[in-house]
Design a protein around this ligand. Sequence first.
Ligand code: ZN
Ligand code: ZN
Length: 248
Amino acid sequence: MYGRERALELRERYPHASEIMALYVALTRVWESAPPRAPLEWAGKNLLPRVMSATVTSGPPPLAEAMRTAEPGDGPGLLAAWLADEELTPVERYLARATMRVVPLEPGKGGAAGRCPECGGPPQVSFRQASDDPLVSARRMLACAKCPHEWNFSATTCPACGESAKRTVHAEPAAGPARVGRKAPGEASVFPHLRAESCESCHRYLIDVDLGRDPRAVPQVDELAAVPIDLHLADQGYTKITPNLMGF
Ligand SMILES: [Zn+2]
Ligand SMILES: [Zn+2]
């Protein structure tokens, strides 16, 4: 569940993402320990401490260290603050997101273009299903950063500002964290199924996952492996619409 098999696969395939994927795998076990439709209060009191200890054990060293020295504090209060879009530190944001993964949100706050129709949250990742007809490109879907909802959205419109004419697709900008730049001729694609789509109007971007090129991909998991693309886009002055679970 939660794409654990995929995270194990990517941990082997992408050395640059092995720490992130190891943590993700540990988190899937925490999420599976929660009852279905866990209430927020329960999650804040019971699941948040489990997220903290899984992160101490399995997280990348800086995050594990931050977690080791963090006070558990008011778990439900932290989750409520995150839901209310209050200003949080990166560590608090990580804790809230990793805990909220199993807490269903109240629907009904959606509406704005490019935002989740269920909860009003921003999109985390864009993806396209494999198309049966090679002449028809598949519909673009967006997955919410705040809740499990996924929705269909125009393939040519920026979900951040609604601009539709100033889109740039950044395909394969990076061959690895240490070799950002154009790939050498004949060099195999590192991310054949991942690319970034940026908007020249608002300078925001999203990672797009092409399931036609890699049907085993799990958008929310594969997006976490796109760190070299994120760094490349940051270099070019773009900001992701919303940082992912790991803060990229
Ligand atoms: Zn949502
Ligand atoms: Zn835009």
